[in-house]
Design a protein around this ligand. Structure first.
Ligand code: GLU
Length: 546
């Protein structure tokens, strides 16, 4: 068979260059020994999964800690899944979490194009080469043909796929091929696998350790009928010519590894190192399952931006999932930038990483509690500008006022920082009572209305903005005493039945009247921040409501 002629007939592409040219065009990278070239290779579906961040961080850390390169390649071979603006979403969401690419799609770089659809020529050049060598062939099987094969395989409990006796087009004669072409039958190009499933190799996966890999015997599709490559073929060609040294990707690709090993071999390329990282799981009732795009809002990276999780807190949490020794390091160096942690691929989890939102919240609270009031102001403002309501955006007009609120709510200057803020959305909601537009109290007192009214009126009559906190508290006590409430906690504890309540119950009534809440930071300070008029107006409004 004239394989040169066949290659030209099957893959017509005037642009293909001699293969050596591609090697020259994309030379080995001049990097220090040990420097790793890694990449993120998402499909532009518009949806960024938390798993994308997980794998991006691992790749980024490894490249940058080794003095290497981390790049972005867009795997857009599946037209059906493509979404307009998706690449922007990828850049934007990863940038928020501090993941920076050195080169890649929509960035500079000498190893592009970084969109697979723009690389057709290279794939075609190598598909032709495999055809010329007899290592690839056209397959004219229809969906129905393949379905029939599948049924036969299921009936006979045989492995599924296109291999051996089931590879119907493997041995078509030259005449048959040209006849099919002449008849205009659509075709794909398949690899003529040289592998044998009875042969097993030991393979060192950088994450999983030593694993056994069975040789591939599947005649997998390398070019689809529209001339677009499959993931497998594009992966081998792109990671060779972009000079990737280490492929860290999801473990769902582990089962395809034998195909990739064979493809690199037949293409004459050196195999990169691989690390297959585990998927992110969650506990759902009694079971443990993968975080699902459909069921779990926290599976989406957008969720964390919308909720206003601080990116550093999310990064820190992700590191606890990524490296088993990170938490120990964090305990030792709680204030060091996390990029100083020596990331190691060998310390990545081998089985599922368990996602625990409560732990993320805990890390977030601690992180947020360490910010200064102006850092917090900037962070919350950034969130509100993008996601807040108009009323919430207005909180930021008076920076001095808001900073006072933040100093109080964060416990700045106190004995211990408060850890009330988890994320921006919750924090902004939490301070809503400081602003009249969003002060919508639901007064829930634990005492009879008449008793509350007496107390509020009593306090309102003696309230003076100029009082310092001890004078203020003496007044609260006096109002409590006048209304039969215990002012001496010892006496109260000895005989609680003698009193309707004690001074802290009275303070709670004042707190609810002023803020709508039973629990807040220091009430005297709140009244100081609110100011005289607003405090009196709130007491009045609460009294009217009784
Ligand atoms: N496009 C593939 C995915 O999104 C990339 C896998 C890889 O990193 O090679 O799963």
């Amino acid at each position: 068979m004239d394989l040169n002629k066949l290659a030209d007939a099957l893959v017509p592409d005037e642009n293909v260059k001699p293969l050596e040219e591609y090697e020259k065009l994309y030379p080995e990278r001049a990097l220090e020994k040990g420097a790793q070239v890694t990449r993120l290779a998402p499909s532009p579906t518009g949806f960024m999964h938390i798993g994308n961040l997980y794998v991006a961080l691992a790749n980024e850390r490894i490249a940058h800690q080794s003095g290497g390169v981390f790049y972005l390649r867009i795997e857009d071979t599946d037209e059906k899944r493509k979404v307009e603006g998706a690449v922007e979403v990828i850049h934007k969401s990863l940038k928020y979490f501090g993941v920076k690419f050195d080169e890649g799609a929509d960035l500079c770089g000498e190893y592009g194009p970084y969109y697979q659809r723009q690389r057709a020529e290279i794939y075609h050049a190598y598909a032709k080469e495999l055809i010329r060598k007899g290592l690839a062939y056209p397959c004219f099987c229809t969906e129905e043909d393949l379905e029939k094969t599948r049924e036969r395989q299921t009936e006979n409990k045989l492995l599924p796929g296109y291999y051996g006796e089931f590879a119907k087009c493997r041995n078509l004669t030259e005449e048959e091929i040209y006849e099919n072409l002449k008849a205009g039958k659509p075709y794909v190009i398949r690899l003529r696998s040289q592998g044998d499933v009875n042969v097993k190799h030991t393979f060192r996966d950088e994450v999983k350790g030593e694993i056994t890999v069975t040789e591939n015997n599947q005649d997998v599709v390398i070019l689809k009928s529209d001339g677009i490559p499959t993931y497998h073929f594009a992966h081998a060609i792109d990671d060779h010519f972009m000079r990737t040294t280490l492929v860290i990707r999801g473990e769902e690709w582990l089962s395809s590894l034998p195909i990739h090993i064979e493809l690199f071999k037949v293409l004459g390329f050196r195999l990169p190192k691989y690390g297959h990282n585990c998927s992110i799981q969650k506990i759902d009732g009694e079971t443990r399952r993968k975080l699902s795009k459909r069921k779990d809002p926290e599976a989406s990276l957008n969720y964390y931006r919308e909720q206003g999780y601080h990116p550093e807190a999310v990064r820190t949490y992700m590191m606890t999932l990524l490296n088993s020794n990170f938490e120990e390091w964090l305990l030792k160096f709680p204030d060091k930038p996390i990029d100083e942690f020596k990331y190691s691929i060998g310390k990545m989890g081998k089985s599922g990483a368990l996602f625990d939102i409560l732990k993320l919240n805990d890390i977030s609270k601690t992180y947020m509690s360490k910010l200064s009031e102006t850092e917090m102001y900037d962070f919350l403002k950034g969130w509100a500008d993008e996601f807040g309501t108009d009323e919430q955006k207005a909180y930021f007009a008076d920076k001095e006022y808001l900073c006072k609120v933040l100093v109080l709510c964060m416990g700045i200057g106190g004995k211990k920082r408060r850890k009330d803020f988890v994320c921006a959305k919750q924090a902004v909601e939490m301070i809503s009572y400081f602003f009249d537009d969003t002060f919508k109290p639901e007064y829930a007192y634990r005492f009879e209305n008449d008793a509350v009214k007496e107390i509020l009126q009593g306090f309102k009559a003696v309230y003076d903005y100029a009082d310092d906190c001890s004078v203020w508290f003496e007044k609260v006590k006096a109002v409590a005493g006048e209304n039969g409430f215990a002012t001496d906690m010892k006496a109260y504890k000895a005989n609680p039945e003698n009193y309707p309540g004690n001074v802290s119950d009275v303070a709670e009534m004042l707190r609810i009247a002023t803020t709508g809440l039973a629990n807040t930071p220091d009430l005297w300070t709140i009244m100081q921040i609110l100011g005289k008029d607003r405090t009196l107006a709130r007491l009045e409004k609460a009294i009217e409501n009784l």
